[in-house]
Structures are given as C-alpha cells and as structure tokens.
Design a protein around this ligand. Sequence first.
Ligand SMILES: Nc1ncnc2c1ncn2[C@@H]1O[C@H](COP(=O)(O)OP(=O)(O)OP(=O)(O)O)[C@@H](O)[C@H]1O
Ligand SMILES: [Mg+2]
Length: 1045
Amino acid sequence: MRYQGREVDIEGRVRLVMESALTARDRVGVQDFVLLENYTSEAAFIENLRRRFRENLVYTYIGSVLVSVNPYKDLEIYSKQQMERYRGVSFYEIAPHIYSLSDNAYRALRTRRKDQCILISGESGAGKTEAAKKILLYYTVTCPINDNMAAVGGHLLQSNPVLEAFGNAKTLRNDNSSRFGKYMDVQFDFKGAPVGAHILNYLLEKSRVVHQNHGERNFHIFYQLLDGGDDNLLNALDLQRSPQNYRYLVKGNCPRLSSVSDKNNWKVVMKALSVIGFTEEEVQTLLNIIAGVLHLGNVQFGEGEEGETYVTTENHMSNLAKLLGVDGLALREALTHRKLTAKAEEIISPLNFEQAEAARDALAKAAYGRTFTWLVRKINELLAAKDIRNYNRKSCCVIGLLDVYGFEVLQHNGFEQFCINYSNEKLQQLFTELSLKSEQEEYETEGITWEMVKCFDNQMICDLIEEKPKGIISILDEECLSPGETCDASFLEKLEDTLADHPHFVAHKAANGKTRRVMSREEFRLLHYAGEVNYNVNGFIDRNKEMLNWNLKEVMSQSDNQILRHSFHSEEGTRPKCSEMAATQFKNDLMKLVEILKSKEPSYVRCIKPNDAKQPGRFDEVLVRHQVKCFSLVENLRVRRAGFAYRRSFEAFLQRYKPLCPETWPHWHGRVEDGVSILVNHLGYKPEEYKLGRSKIFIRSPKTLFITEDALEAKRPGMALTLQTSWRGYRERAKYRRIRHAVIVIQSAWRGMKARRRAKRRRQAAALIRRFIEGFIYRHEEYCAENQYFLDHIRYSFLKNLRKNLPETVLDKSWPTPPPLLAEASDHLRRLHMTNMVRKYCRRVQPEWKKQMAQKVVASELFKDQKDSYPQSVGRLFLDSRLEHEQISLKVTQTLGNDKVQYAVPVIKYDRRGFKPRPRQLLLTNAFAVLVEGTKIKQRIDYAALTGISLSSLSDGVVVLHVPSDDGKQKGDVVLHCSHVIELVTKLSLMATKVNYVNISPGSIKFAVARGKQGIIDFVRGSELKVSKGKRGHLLVTAPRINST
Ligand SMILES: Nc1ncnc2c1ncn2[C@@H]1O[C@H](COP(=O)(O)OP(=O)(O)OP(=O)(O)O)[C@@H](O)[C@H]1O
Ligand SMILES: [Mg+2]
C-alpha cells in the first residue's frame, strides 16, 4: 500500500530526494557516487566518503553497490521505525541504507522469484558481520510470518551469538573478528515469510586455539565460560575462573575485552542455544569439550633421561580424560607416542618433547575445529525448514548472505592469512567478473557504443594459487603427501623453483635487495589485487595436513562424548588424501561457493574501515584509500557512470512493462524489439536515457526505471481489478452454468416424473372409465367380472353418500335413494338406523315425557289425518291440567274425596236444548268425569257408562260425550266445546280406556237428548270459529280453515 497515492508525485519525489541531496552535497557529499562531478578522481571519491562520514552518513551508493563506512558508534538509524521507512521503497527515493539494499533484494526475490545473494566484503573490522546481522534483523522484523514457523525469525537471529561465541575472537583489528567464513541462505516461502536457513562455514582459524598473537584472544567461548559459568558448572568441569590459569588463554596476554562483557555474552549464548533447540545434554557435551581443550592446553611434558617424553601434569590427565570421555591411559599413550603402520605391522614410536607438544596442540585444534563443524551442522538441522510443504524448493526462494573474513595483512602472515586472502581474491574476481567485466562485455555483444574501462583482472593471481599442478595449493599438497619428512622449508623451495617467474609471486632468493630487506628467508610474497603480502611458510605443512596422529584420532573416535566420537569416527585410521588437505578443501569449498553465488542475483555491500584504532569519528585517509583501491570502487563508479543501471532482455522488459502502453497490452503480436520501442516511446523515455541493444534494452539511470516501476505498481491495482473481474465473471458464469445445468436436470427429472404420474393416472382413469362403462352395460347382470367394479362403486358411493346424509332425528324421514341392487340392504339399514335412533331417543326420554309421548301416540292414532286441528296440536305439549289448583273449588275437591282430579280443563257446555253455552270446568278422575259450575258438580259421567266420544273432523273444539240416558241417571249426551279438545279427548279416552269409542265425523254429529230425542250438530268450514243455532234446530259449528302450510 506504500505505493498508493504515489503515482502522482513519484517523479517529483524522486527528484526532490536526489535534488535535495545535490544541494546539500557540499556539506554531506552525494549519496550516490554516480552524482559525483569528478567521478574519475579517487581524491574526490574519498572526499565524498569523508564528508558523509563526518555527518554520520555511513552509507553511500555506487549505483546499486552499497558502500558502508564503519562508524564505530551506535547510530540511531537501525530502529523498527527506520525499517518501516525503507519497506517497499525504491533505492533512489530514500537515503542510502543497508535496509534499502536488503529490501531491494527481498523485493527482487518476491517479484522475479529469483534467488538473491548479498555479498558483504571488506577488511577485518570493517563491519561485515554487523551488516549481515542488520540484514537478518531487517528480514525477521519486516517479512510476513509463516503461521507454522513463527519462531524461525528468532532462531535465525539467535544463531549469531552462538556462532560468534565459538567462531569469533578479539584480534588486533577487531574485538569481534569472525575467524571463519560464513555463508547463510535464508529460505523464504512463496508468501515471502522466512521459513528456514542453512549455513556454510569456511576454514575456521584453528591455530588460534593454541596460539594468539600479542593483544589477541582465543575464541570468545573460553572466556565466556570462565567468566559467566556459575560455580557449580566450573566445579563440574574442574575449571578455575581466571583465564590466567590456562596456557591456551595467556598467549596473547589479553584476557579481557573492554568493549563487551563476557559474563553477559555467556548468558546470551546459553539462552540462544536453548532457543534454537539445543538440549541440555548437548550443551553439556559441548562445554565438556571446551573445558577439555583448556585442560589439554595445560598438559605438560617432561623429557626422560633416554629422551623419552612423559606427561608431567598427571593431575590434569584424569579430568581431561573424563571431560573428553576417553580412556586416560590411552590418551596419555597417544599424546606421547605415534603409531605407524608399515607393511601391515603396527609400530609404536615414542615422540620427542616437541613432537608431543605438537601432538597435544594438534589434538586441541582438531577437537575444537571439529566441534565447531558439528555445531554448524547442528544449527543447520535446527534451522532447516521443518514443514516440508512450506519448503518446496520450487516455491521457495533464498537470499544468501556472505560474510567472509576480510583481506588481512598482518605482521606475520601464515597459512590462515594465505587462505583468507585467497578467498578475498576469489570473491573480488567474482565481483569483477559479474559487475565490471561482464557488464562491459555485454555492452560489446549488444552492440552498444562503449568505451572500455580498464579494470584490474585478478584471474592471474587466482590461477597462481589454485591452478593445478603449478598452483601454490597443489605444490603444498604435493609436499604434504610426499613420503618421508616434509618440512616448510622444502615447500618454500619448491614454490620458489616453480613460480619464480610469475609476475605476482616474489621469492626471497629472486627478490631485489630492497624487497629482501623487508622479507625474511622463510617468506614468499604474493602481489594481491589489494596489495603485497609476505607469507611465512612456517606451519603451512602442519596446518594443511592437520598433524594429528592416527592413534590420537583413534582414541577420540572411541570417546564417550557424542560430539567427539561422531566428529572423529568417520575418518579414523585412514591415510589423508589430497582432497582432505585443508587448503584444497578450502579451495573446493570456495569454488562451490562461487558457483552458488553465480546462480543468484548479487547485491554488494562494500565495508570500509575508517581507522585501525576502532575509534568513532576518525577518518584515516590512507587506510580508506587503500580499501577504495582494493575494492576497485573508482573503476566501479566509472563503469557505472558510463554504463547503464539496468538491462533486460526485450522479452522480459516487454513482458513486465507492457501493461503501461495500450498498444502492447495485453498482447503484442509484432516483433519484440518493435514492441519495446513503442513501449519506451509511450513511456516518454528521453533518447539519452536508454539504448536498444541486439537483444536487450539498457536504461541509463535507476530513476527512469523506478519511475517506470512505480507506474507499473500504480497500474497494478487496476490490472488486479481487471483480472479479478474477469476471473469472478468467469467463475460466476461457470457457477451459473453449473446451476443452470443442475436446474435443468432437476426440472426434467421432475417433469418426467410428473408426466409419468399423469400418464399413469390417465391410464388408470381410462381403465377405470372403461370398467365403469363396461360395468354400466352389464349393470343388470349378475355380479360378475365385467360389472364387479361398477357395482362395487355404486355400492360404495351409495354407502358413502348415505354416511354423509343419514337422518339425524327420528322425525327426519329422508333417506338417499338406493341403487336397485342395494334396495334391500338400504331398507335394512334404514330400519337399523331408525331403530338405533329410536333407541337412542328412548334412552334419553324422561318418565313424564314418556307419558306425554304415550298420550301423543294415542292422540296420533285418534286424530291423525282425522281432525283438522290435530297437526297444530302435535307441537304443543299435553299439560297435566289446564286449571290451576286454586281454580278448582275446594268444595268440589272435597266432594270428590279420594278420587283425585287427574286432569281439569275449562269447557263450554251447550245445553242440549237451545244450545245455550255455559262455562264449566271438566274434571277427570280415574273413574269418572265431572262437570263443575263454580262449587257445584253439575254432572258426573262414569267412564264405564261412556258409550262414545264424538268429534268433528274440522278444526273446532266441539266434543260430544255420549252417555246412556234411558236409566234416567243421565240427562243425555253432553255437548262441550274445549280449546284443548285433542288433549281432552286423548286423556279422557285413556283414563276411561275408551280409545275405541272415539268417533270422528266429517259432517255432523248426532247426539241424544233426553227421552229418545236426537239432536244434531252440523259442522262447516268458515272463516272463524262460531257456534250458533242452525237450521232445523241444529247446532251449527263453523270451524276455521286451517292453513295446511
Ligand atoms: N553499522 C555499525 N554501527 C556501529 N558499529 C559498527 C557498525 N558496523 C561495525 N561496527 C563496529 O565495528 C566492529 C567490527 O565490526 P564487524 O565485526 O562487523 O567487522 P567484520 O568486518 O565482520 O570483521 P572481521 O572480518 O574481523 O569479522 C563491531 O564490533 C562494531 O563495534
Ligand atoms: Mg566479522
């Protein structure tokens, strides 16, 4: 996101940074030597460095090479905020910094997916190790974190104090001088998170274990252990706190460091060991060896009378054997004797005093050296990318950090200096090859007009050292392997004989007088690219061969100490081969390293040491000039100024930047160089800013490239959006197609099923109809296969219909019409249903109601369809009495005595003669009826005597009670009119059990008047009820018509 909003002012900002640097250049110098006006002048170059150094600006570019001057003081430029400032920002947009270089390498790794390496070079004390640590810190802080390997960053950082403790020492030039070469590959996963690392170590300066120059120290770990280890630990290791007690620590007479505390560093190292993953047991084993080496140094020898050598420090031996995990006797024997095999026979020969001391020192060096190798291997195991999925070589990229010892010229230069300077020679050659020579060659092959810059080619010096069979290393190996006593002197002699004519080799005997004065007889001189160095051959053979007696190796290979056993086991007892000689080994390692570096894109940090006194603020011009010369920095600048900062094949350039030009985006179909031409024209490159070669484009200034790069970066979100849109569109369309297809499949399946169901239903329906029709045709036949369905259906539907339409009351006479074949069953059912309903009804009926019903039944039998007023009476209840109890005279009741009045009703009695109406009460008892007028019983009619009860068929209320009048007891038939004639007659007929005596006459009723006379009542229908005298002495009753509805 750092690029957001930058596109508008990229050019402006770049210009601003560069221009402000230009305006301030008188004071602070230029931040890129390319901007130096007098770029061919070494003096101007150094002056620029000095100005910047004075202002604490320790970093300066030469194009993309970073020149760093050791400030020897802490500058506030390495904080996390500073890291953030440099993150994702191009070189030229910001002041030079080691972080900027780190970030550029990292971004190149991310964008181009190509392995990178950062080569840090410089003299001892120039700040290489510090620079490497800063780069590592930058990556661990700023890179994304792999969730599975979050601890990797910490482990990477923690490997530094461990390796420094075992591999660094105080020298005259540097209090923390790396005494081994180190190349570290940091592995990044495809997301750019560090996931592991691998370290290659080169030639540890083992001689330091047994000897230190004055003012120098042994490796830090010895002092750290003595100063920082607690009393228990020291007791267990049988150590005393003072370094003065150990011969291997007193040679340089410099037990303490002023700049750092060994005690604190001890804690740091112990913590780092546990953080990286060393077990307590491994740490203990490691410390046993360190203590063992110290004890070994204190082993002294005495010389017997017969020249035999013996150990005088017996008290040390047992502890030493314990610490090294070996048999004490065997160790003592091996230190004082040498085992030789001659013609399959073992010969043991005693060592003289010097030989015994040499054997002891050789053992100390070998033990320490091999332990260091084990340590690096172990750290590699622990730092290896564990998650195999994350460390897929294809998706992972590495950034290699090379921190090798710088070019060294000491008072006395031995085998180690020879190797160190050889490695510097080799790396300088690589640099020349990659950055200077190859660049110039490239311009030529690409046909770019170019004026060759002369630069020093040190291939010749490299050949002098490594060539076979005439190189120094070959001669040394040959000398080491030659049978019989070999010595350094004969090696020197051979060198002088073989190489005397070489322009970069000076032999003492062939040197001129002036040279001879500064060269001893034991020295030879090499004219390195960085200067002349005299090497003293003393110790060359020993150090090349590792003069460790076989019997000592044998003893160590049987050690209980795992590290020693493991380290010595592999080659125990074998004769040394040429490939195992230290120099050859180193040469081979170096070759491999050069190959590794060649396979990666390099970045360079050139470290410069401003003074030898390790003082801040001091700028020793002579010293700096020497280094500037050594690095060929001015030549580097000249090439850079004359050349082009950036080149890419047309294909790669077009591929990367084609989105910036509408004509080349998204595809360019023409010739690739034409595409590039069109692209650069579109980008508005000025003609002097770029050149088109045969297959590559060359861009002169990084600024142009950065502006292009930034424009691409600014364009990216849009491109990403386009890609996203197309991808999403494609994905959604695919999804839509899938869904659509699925829908169609589901729909067709569903429709098919529906259609099949419908067809099935239709088929069934057709079959049904067919059966129906067939059944209909045969419906009158016997129940047979043809009509079976039809008849069943008829039955079924009738029964179903019946179930729905069953009459709910006994009065409801409706009943669905049954089909003929069910007529009988229907009747049956009807009866059953009726019986059922009746039963249910009866179950519900109360006794009073029963009585009522009985009366109503009788009434129905008597009057139904007989009398007009009957239907009206059906709905009305028959009451027990139509008179209240009080309405009946008490006297009458008393007169009746035991005959209780069962029913009382007001009536009108018509005289038999004259038909005069008289209101009366008709009281019915169980045995007779009485007509009462007020308190008087006017007439008693015994039921037994009742001969008939006549009524008309009309709606009137006239009733005639026929009684015999012959006996004189009765006056004649009684003509009554009652409003409740149906009720009255029903009750009376029931009480008198004279139901059969009830007559209903349609026209007229005859009745007996006393003494054999007859009276007649005529009934007619009229508008209203009227009882009057009719013709011929008849009583005429007009009954109202009852509306049948
Ligand atoms: N960027 C820096 N800021 C402050 N001090 C520094 C810086 N770089 C180096 N130093 C100081 O210089 C000393 C030497 O640096 P360093 O150990 O990195 O040298 P070197 O080039 O690795 O030497 P050698 O080849 O001996 O290993 C450091 O201990 C530190 O005190
Ligand atoms: Mg170093």
